[in-house]
Design a protein around this ligand. Sequence first.
Ligand code: GUN
Length: 281
Amino acid sequence: MATIIDGKKISQDIKDELKVQVADYKAQGIEVTLAVILVGEDPASCVYVRNKKKACEYVGIRSLSFELPADTTEEQLLSLIDELNQRADVNGILVQLPLPKHLDENKVIQAIDPRKDVDGFHPQSVGALSIGLPGFVSCTPAGIIQLLKRSHIAMEGKHCVVVGRSNIVGKPMALLMLRENATVTVTHSKTVDLPAVTSKADILIVAVGKKQFITADYVKEGAVVIDVGMHRDADNHLCGDVDYEDVFPKCQAITPVPGGVGPMTIAMLMHNCVASVELQK
Ligand code: GUN
């Protein structure tokens, strides 16, 4: 019988721990502050930003909201980031992605002061992670490490297969699993005979962005399966990259969608905001 890894409960625990730390900072006269920049009105981004602001409110982090029109120029956006970089009362800066097509995402991410890069997307943060130096870690993979640790699932020596090689999830996930002494394989759309590779995994982390793509044939008996995907099925219910019903009987443990990885991303963003205070001291 598979264990369902409860991301909702674990993220709540993390937010409650952070709430205490934020209150401690407040007592010392430090108000932890996150600046959130949203360009345009992409519906999914609006929901994400609203949830991030709600989490800030719960934890006691002050959030400053910058909602800019879709036709904002690169110059205007870079100038706002520059202003927020300078402000001593701003600890973290988050630019919600994706940006409208006319804006260069790499340029925008690189404009954020790495000491305020709570998303962990700046090349300096990514470089620090790859050579084991302290720095901000991308929130979704950092959240997955917390899910595993807090569910007492050992990573050391285990074969971890990551499906997907995005900059936000797949690549940092592989680096984090290496840091935990797992043996790591990264697969992607060009991998030959994907099921042959994934079915070797003790821990299978799926971030392909394809609805219910991973079926039981891809999974080893007794594996731990982590589903990063978020889609709507034919009945308009939320579902992941993993065919949950099909895979569940084969697993030792599995994350549900919703209530698995999703809430952890926001909890780790809150964690990074609190950590930024120490980094900036
Ligand atoms: N768009 C999708 N996921 C993320 C995220 O983690 N951070 C930001 N800034 N944008 C996103």
